[in-house]
Design a protein around this ligand. Structure first.
Ligand code: CA2
Length: 147
């Protein structure tokens, strides 16, 4: 069974509480549940993790070198600023999908730049919470074509 880690960066623990017009009314726990349902139906093993701490995200990225087959990351605000997360991802040989709930390209200028896109196989953004399942589906297809 293929193992995928889904990483969520700072402030995503507040989903559903504020800025509902931008990010929707679902909570991160709702998203996790939907991802687990998809994973169960599609024979995938998922590890869902959120942290507001850059170093904790980097540790998970480093650990996934040895024990994961794919990585999906919504790095939140770190997307636009973190050279350290970029560097940690660059070391990985497994496929990486960058994910955003909102369309970062129709928002403020400072969100248009991502330090993650360069090391990602693909990017999904602007499709709300559905983007998480879209990313899992993309990962599933990647594994299928790899066999
Ligand atoms: O659209 C996305 O998924 C983002 O990665 C979300 C980040 C933002 O900095 C990126 O530019 C785009 C922010 C997540 C903040 O989430 C909140 C949720 C509820 C209330 C406040 C913030």
């Amino acid at each position: 069974m293929k193992k995928i880690i889904i990483l969520n960066g700072p402030n995503l623990n507040l989903l559903g509480e504020r800025e509902k017009s931008q990010y929707g009314s679902f909570t991160l726990t709702d998203v996790e549940k939907t991802c687990k349902e998809f994973a169960n139906k599609n024979n995938l093993n998922i590890d869902f993790f959120q942290s507001n701490i850059e170093g904790e995200l980097i540790q998970k990225i480093q650990d996934s070198r040895k024990n994961k087959d794919g990585l999906i990351i919504n790095a939140g605000g770190y997307t636009h600023t973190s050279v350290a997360i970029h560097d940690a991802l660059k070391i990985l040989k497994i496929p990486i999908i960058e994910l955003h709930i909102s369309n970062i390209y129709n928002r403020e200028e400072f969100r248009h730049k991502s330090l993650i896109s360069k090391v990602a196989r693909g990017v999904i953004c602007g499709f709300g919470a559905k983007g998480y399942v879209m990313a899992l589906d993309a990962m599933k297809n990647y594994f299928k074509n790899e066999d």
